[in-house]
Design a protein around this ligand. Structure first.
Ligand code: GLC
Length: 742
């Protein structure tokens, strides 16, 4: 405690008062040696969990003691965090505390649905609450900073990291980004139950060519401005404390060394003055990109391009001091970065009390609280998307026996998903457990695994081995299928088949699962396909033959209970897709907000129009698709042009037998503009609850700003003219009116 006392004396001597953080930070900065300053810009991954390639090889322990490390990531548990914090605060000359970070993406110990699943709930309050709970648990365990929300727009389900985002649409992606920032950061960053958020990966990572992780992103400025950057801008407007670089280059310029992207857009245009942290050694990897010759040049380029902190590369700590001393770099650039880092620590309350997040009693009270598990169940129910339901096979009724088949039927790990922070392996409620909990005493439930799925270690770092040969489980599966009224086939991807470095060239059901499904279908066609996956899948045979398909993603700790609630009808599914499902990989990228082009695709037989000869031009399941156990009818779309806005109303009737929630979507099309605009753009969403036989009038308003876009000069402009205004239940089922808006 001596050093902490010493630390506060030091602050007192420098006349620092907590009331004026900039004076306090300035006084601290003025006492730091050049090496101590650079130390604040140095971040290491500590503890057993690596989230990237092998860490920097250097003598780290002494660097912590010497105040040459500013942040530690992946250290888990308030006991170990306290030990390292005490070492730094008590041993280093100025005792400046570390800031601790971890990837808290969809829960900390209570695991929520993966972010892509949550985005399909179209429930911003629930999404914000999910982040709030994740932050409470992580902060109670000593973390200060999460590397989330990931706000990368992507149209390529081959890319494994689509599981971390909110899908293909910038409008919805922007609303979700802000909700997650609010959830993580709460009202006050110094509250020991909040986390600093981090908008990542800036920028364009989701456009990696061929969906191959870390690949180049070929994005024109117009697409960057109108599709990729809006969620980052929204996170900034929600006051995210930090941003993170992305690994990719954009048209040949790596994001980590992209002065235009960071200094011009992020810092000057958006006036972001928080911390920009690199991704895992993305500074050092500038050498691999071939834009610098060595790590010293890489450090100089990254610093000049606005990167404040060097994650797991020891590039800054090894190189910046020499560059300043030999006159290649002004120390003022270092000061700017360190100022931002010290402000972050000040805002987190760490300069006041380096141990404020380290309270074992709070940790015991908060982590895995029953209310958190209930919230996870609620979010899971809302994230499920009913893709198909022929002859209303669901909700289950009048059955005496069911079969539960598939390698994921009893699997308790897949629902925890990738990027699981401290979620325990094999800790989810499995599908089978959920169904037995719900129906066990009313219906006979027979089980067969059918086939294995991943046969190697299923973890964050190892390549997956998928079973391709062993069909010995097939006969057992056919036997239980034959004697059951309904068959639940629980198939999909293991947790670590999506996430970072998990790109797939073939996104069908992996391994022997489709073959197993086809064999079972031969003996019993009454099948409900329950998908557990981290990305949209190519499932054309399944869509063409299986009567009911439930997309359950990786739903978190209470997965099985949520799915069972939907299956028996205790919860009427309300989820809708935020990412298109392609019919084949050859269609990728396929997305709803495409441009018309000069030869728009159409249904005529003439050849000279956009199309693939061998596949239908539409996605298998479009953006916004999701069925309910009831039906809704849209009527009376009216668009009134006021001076400065359009007023839109539509009636939505529940024409079915039961209450249901409906996500009402508003789209626009700017018919003629200075750049070709998408054929459809989501511009409004309302989630409403309607009783059977009831009707609600839904209202939207659109301003000129809502209809503005970035033109070729990168000016954000409204261009008067004709607009198609559409409202409906998905991107392909709409009522449309055309108006003139000047
Ligand atoms: C990884 C990821 C990034 C994550 C970081 C720390 O490589 O790209 O999203 O936050 O390293 O784990």
């Amino acid at each position: 405690m001596k050093a902490v006392f010493g630390f506060s004396i030091l602050l007192a001597l420098t006349g620092c008062t907590t009331s004026n953080t900039s004076n306090r930070v300035e006084s601290l900065l003025n006492q730091m040696t050049l090496r101590e300053k650079i130390g604040q810009m140095n971040q290491y991954s500590v503890g057993p969990e690596l989230t990237g390639p092998e860490g920097a090889q250097n003598d780290r322990y002494s660097q912590f003691e010497n105040g040459e490390v500013g942040s530690a990531i992946n250290l888990i548990g308030h006991k170990d965090i306290r030990k390292l914090q005490e070492l730094v605060v008590e041993k280093s000359r100025l005792g400046i505390p570390l800031v601790f970070a971890h990837d808290v993406i969809h829960g900390y110990k209570t695991i929520f649905p993966i972010p892509l699943a949550e985005s399909c709930s179209w429930d911003l309050q629930a999404i914000e609450k999910s982040a709030r709970i994740a932050a409470k648990e992580a902060a109670a365990d000593g973390q200060n900073w999460t590397f989330a929300p990931m706000v990368d727009i992507s149209r390529d389900p081959r890319w494994g990291r689509v599981m971390e985002g909110a899908g293909e649409d910038p409008y919805w992606g922007s609303l979700v980004a802000a909700a997650r920032v609010r959830g993580f950061q709460g009202e006050d960053l110094s509250d020991p139950l909040t986390l600093a958020s981090c908008a990542k990966h800036f920028a364009g990572y989701g456009f990696a060519e061929s969906g191959k992780d870390y690949n180049s992103a070929l994005i024109g400025r117009n697409d960057l401005r109108n599709f990729v950057l809006p969620p980052f801008k929204s996170a900034n407007n929600a006051n995210t404390a930090t941003f993170m670089n992305s690994f990719n280059d954009i048209d040949g310029v790596p994001a980590t060394g992209n002065k235009w992207l960071v200094n011009d857009v992020l810092r000057k245009e958006w006036m972001f003055d928080g911390v920009l942290v690199s991704d895992w050694n993305s500074v050092g990897e500038l050498v691999n990109h071939g834009v610098v010759k060595d790590r010293a040049e890489a450090s100089a380029l990254a610093l000049k391009a606005g990167t404040d902190m060097d994650m797991e590369g020891a590039n800054f700590i090894d190189n910046l001091e020499g560059l300043v001393l030999n006159g290649s770099l002004p120390e003022s650039l270092i000061d700017d970065a360190v100022r931002r880092i010290l402000h972050l620590k000040q805002n987190l309350g760490l300069l006041d009390d380096p141990y404020r997040y380290l309270d074992s009693k709070r940790e015991q009270e908060i982590v895995m609280h029953s209310q958190h598990l209930e919230a996870s169940l609620d979010m899971a129910r809302k994230s499920i998307v009913l893709l198909k339901n022929e002859n209303a096979l669901l909700p289950l009724k009048d059955v005496s026996s069911v079969a539960v088949i598939g390698p994921l039927a009893k699997d308790k790990d897949a629902p925890i998903g990738s990027w699981r922070a401290q979620g325990k392996s094999n800790s989810a409620v499995s599908f089978h457990e959920g169904l037995v909990n719900k129906l066990g005493n009313k219906v006979q439930i027979a089980y067969a695994e059918g086939c294995k799925l991943s046969i190697g270690p299923n973890n964050f770092l190892n390549k997956l081995k998928i079973e391709q040969e062993d069909r010995s489980g097939f006969p057992g599966a056919l036997a239980v299928a034959k004697k059951s009224d309904v068959v639940f086939m629980v198939l999909g991807e293991p947790a670590f088949m999506s996430g970072e470095a998990r790109s797939r060239s073939d996104i069908g059901l992996p391994g022997l699962q489709l073959e197993l499904l086809q064999e079972v279908y031969k003996v019993n066609e009454n099948i409900v396909l329950v998908l557990m996956n981290g990305r949209p899948l190519c499932i054309p045979w399944e869509e063409g033959n299986i009567p009911a398909i439930l997309e359950t993603w990786h739903l978190g700790s209470r997965a099985g209970d949520a799915i069972a609630d939907v299956i028996v009808g205790d919860y009427n599914p309300s989820g809708k897709l935020t990412m298109s499902f392609p019919r084949s990989e050859g269609q990728i990228p396929i997305y709803y907000n495409y441009r018309n082009t000069g030869r728009p695709e159409n249904d005529n037989d003439l050849v000279f129009y956009q199309h693939h000869m061998d596949v239908d031009r539409t996605p298998l399941f479009p953006f916004g698709h999701g069925l309910s156990y009831t039906t809704f009818d849209y009527s009376n779309l009216a668009v009134r042009t006021m001076d400065n806005e359009l007023e839109i109303t539509v009636d939505v009737a529940n024409t079915g037998e039961r209450q249901g929630e409906e996500v009402v979507m508003l789209y626009v099309r700017d018919k003629v503009a200075s750049v070709s605009r998408p054929v459809l753009e989501l511009k409004g969403v309302r989630k409403i609850l309607v009783d059977p036989g009831g009707q609600k009038t839904v209202k939207f308003a659109l301003t000129k700003e809502d209809l503005s876009f970035y033109n070729v000069l990168e000016e954000f402009v409204f261009e008067p003219g004709a607009f198609e205004i559409s409202v409906g239940t998905s991107s392909t089922d709409l009522l449309t009116e055309t108006v003139q808006f000047n």
